[in-house]
Design a protein around this ligand. Structure first.
Ligand code: HEM
Length: 131
């Protein structure tokens, strides 16, 4: 019952939720994240998270993760950051990324929360122009 409840929450969440392993390979992508990036689940599972971001981050993301594994110093985990996402159709959109580190019994995974801020950006730009 508690696992069902947990699964329903992830499935109906408005924000995208993506889980990756320590190599950056996607293990879970909820429906909101599939929709935001324009991919079916089967096109994402087992692939590197770097496919969902534009350059230069795309080529460097493995390196970002390696650096964290070596130094233990996070730059986004527990802090959050505004980043750019890359959709299947090639378009780029802004979102706020929060990441948490989850220690399972035998290994570690990362959960990323994808909060689309496209509309917020449009409103900000309007305010700036007409202020
Ligand atoms: C680190 C970008 C998605 C997991 C980073 C850094 C950047 C970045 C720039 C390094 C920050 C720095 O060193 O200053 C992006 C972009 C994404 C994305 C553009 C767009 C799709 C994700 C997702 C996850 C994730 C969805 C997890 C599911 C990590 C981890 C680190 C990292 C574990 C290293 C720890 C840290 O620096 O806090 N990412 N990321 N990333 N990212 Fe991503």
């Amino acid at each position: 019952e508690s696992e069902n409840k947990f699964n329903s929450i992830i499935k109906t969440a408005v924000d995208g939720i993506i889980t990756i392993d320590t190599h950056g390979l996607m293990e879970m992508v909820n429906p909101a994240a599939q929709k935001l990036f324009g991919y079916a689940e089967s096109e994402l599972l087992g692939r590197n998270i770097s496919m969902l971001m534009p350059e230069p981050d795309s080529s460097q993301h493995d390196g970002y993760m390696e650096r964290y594994h070596k130094t233990g110093i996070p730059h986004i985990i527990g802090i959050g950051r505004e980043v750019s996402g890359l959709r299947k159709d090639g378009s780029v959109f802004p979102f706020f990324l929060s990441i948490s580190e989850v220690q399972l019994a035998d290994r570690k995974v990362y959960t990323g929360f994808v909060h689309d801020i496209t509309q917020q950006k449009v409103s900000e730009e309007r305010l700036r122009r007409y202020a």
